[in-house]
Design a protein around this ligand. Sequence first.
Ligand SMILES: [Zn+2]
Length: 220
Amino acid sequence: MNSQQIKPDISIKSVTMGGIPYRIVAADVLCPNGACGIYCHATGPIITGAYAALVCSRCGFVVLIETTEDFVEGKGSYTIKDSYPKKTATVDPSVPKEMAADYLEAYRCFSVAAWHGCAVMVRRCIHQVVEHFKAQPGGSLYSQIEDLKNRHLIFPVLAELAQQVRVLGNHGAHPYDTKGNLLTELEMEDARSALDFCDAIFDQLFVTPAKIAASKQRVK
Ligand SMILES: [Zn+2]
């Protein structure tokens, strides 16, 4: 069962449409639409008790949620017990298997609001990428990413994305840096950024080259 904590700013308000009273829930939910698929603000009517049908503000997709307790006006915090349909993450088949597995694990972390775990798993993806392209062995992840950039295997902007994933992963894995400074706690936006950056890296290194190869094959 997929348990998500709705943000505390959830609100329930009453509206009347066509003379019929409705209670409307507003919350942040993980949108199950594959083309959207991120945490979005969603609103919609309570159907009965602990059930509400919410519409994603980004894509308009409807997700049915069930909370652990019935909706009560004035109460500010609920936990989603179940939702329908489920969000399923996918990775393009051109992405090597070991990286795809790490990415999907990162996505599973994201879907249960495990922001730190998500960032650590995306960092693991980047480690797999640098190993795949045989970056200088024994170096730190920082220097391995720089090595790929210096060998013109990745564009500078892609190296910057990879370095930021490395930093987010460090924040996910460690409460303090090497000098003992407290590291920032990660939030949803940080985990989402790590996944987005990894998508961009996969896209340039694996997905786009596979598309070009397929196109060349077609017009040969
Ligand atoms: Zn959506």
